[in-house]
Write a protein that binds this ligand. Structure first.
Ligand SMILES: [Zn+2]
Length: 343
């Protein structure tokens, strides 16, 4: 006995007598030749791969023969699948007829290609024949070669427009079994066709929310930069530098500034007050070392004799003596000024 299953005229599977193939087991009789074994395995493998496609073919046949509703019901009762699934399978089978199918690709593979243009999909299948791509990466591969998701931007973007509820209610019966927005769109399109051509049709850029945010952010940044550059340019032209302004003033004949009389400089710098070392202040971020700001930088003498000698020298320059003091901060001697109140 020859158990045959015809899937399409192109594929004819026959299982030899010496094998029993059931959904749960494959029995192969002892003494089966190597050639027969290969025939069995090839047949079973083909049947296994055909599993998906035949459901679609069967549903499509039933729909074409007995109509959509009854055809699906018949197939559902015979296969145990839901009519909903069978209808989808029939759709895939119709879009990818047996002549366009290639061994190695399942129903799931063809389903992934539904959104792509048909002829493109057929070429894609041929291009990848024998590559054993899993169906879940098949779509990704197709998008990569197609250059994106074909589903996107299929539908033009819509805007919500509020209209009065009573007007909507009056429009509703006129839209028959279509949606009201389609009726409104049609009415508006007819209206706009009758309008004089004074207002040019705006160019509409379709972009995602992310793309829009990005574009707007870049525009804001560019505007800020332009403003900054403009301000800088204004500032440059508005106000000359001090040197330029001063040169202008002199050219305009202002009185030259009298040079100050330079104070008598002695060769020894006298300490006018006691030296202070580093102090620590309690700053908000912990104790901070603090060098009290002082413009006094008295001359340092590293022996008392040097300091005393300097005092004499200072007397010849200034006409008065200072006091020789030991400074623990600088670890040296200074000449300290004697204020008249101390004397
Ligand atoms: Zn000192």
């Amino acid at each position: 006995m020859d158990t045959s299953l015809v899937i399409s005229p192109q594929r004819h599977i026959s299982l030899p007598d010496m094998c029993l193939f059931s959904p749960t087991e494959l029995q192969i009789a002892a003494g089966t030749s190597e050639l027969d074994f290969i025939r069995i395995i090839k047949a079973v493998a083909a049947l296994d791969q055909a599993e998906d496609a035949w459901k679609g073919d069967a549903s499509l046949f039933a729909i074409k023969t007995w109509g959509l509703k009854h055809g699906l019901e018949v197939t559902a009762s015979a296969t145990g699948y839901r009519t909903f699934s069978l209808r989808k399978m029939a759709h895939v089978a119709e879009e990818f007829p047996p002549t366009k199918r290639i061994n190695g690709f399942s129903f799931a593979h063809y389903r992934q290609l539904l959104p792509f243009p048909r002829e493109w999909s057929y070429e894609f299948i041929v291009r990848h024949a024998g590559e054993h791509i899993p169906s879940n990466s098949f779509r990704a591969q197709a998008e990569l070669e197609y250059g994106g998701n074909p589903c996107k931007s299929k539908q033009p973007k819509k805007r919500s427009v509020l209209i009065r509820e009573d007007l909507y209610a009056r429009l509703r019966p006129h839209s028959a079994n279509r949606k009201v927005h389609i009726l409104i769109e049609r009415v508006l399109e007819e209206w706009i066709r009758t309008q004089p051509d004074i207002i040019p049709t705006p160019t509409i850029i379709y972009e995602s929310a992310t793309a829009r945010h990005k574009r707007e952010a870049l525009a804001r940044k560019a505007a800020k930069q332009a403003l900054r550059e403009q301000r800088e340019a204004e500032l440059k032209t508005k106000r000359n530098t001090y040197a330029e302004r001063r040169a202008q003033q002199i050219a305009d004949g202002v009185k030259p500034i009298q040079e100050k009389e330079t104070t008598v400089k002695y060769s020894i710098r006298v300490a006018w007050r006691e030296c202070r070392g580093e102090s620590v202040i309690d700053a908000p971020d912990g104790p901070q070392k603090y060098q009290s700001k002082s413009n006094q930088n008295p001359t340092k003498f590293y022996s008392e004799q040097d300091a005393l000698a300097a005092n004499e020298k200072h007397f010849t320059e200034a006409g008065y003596h200072e006091q020789v003091v030991r400074c623990e901060v600088h670890n040296c001697w200074h000449l300290s000024h004697i204020f008249t109140s101390e004397a």
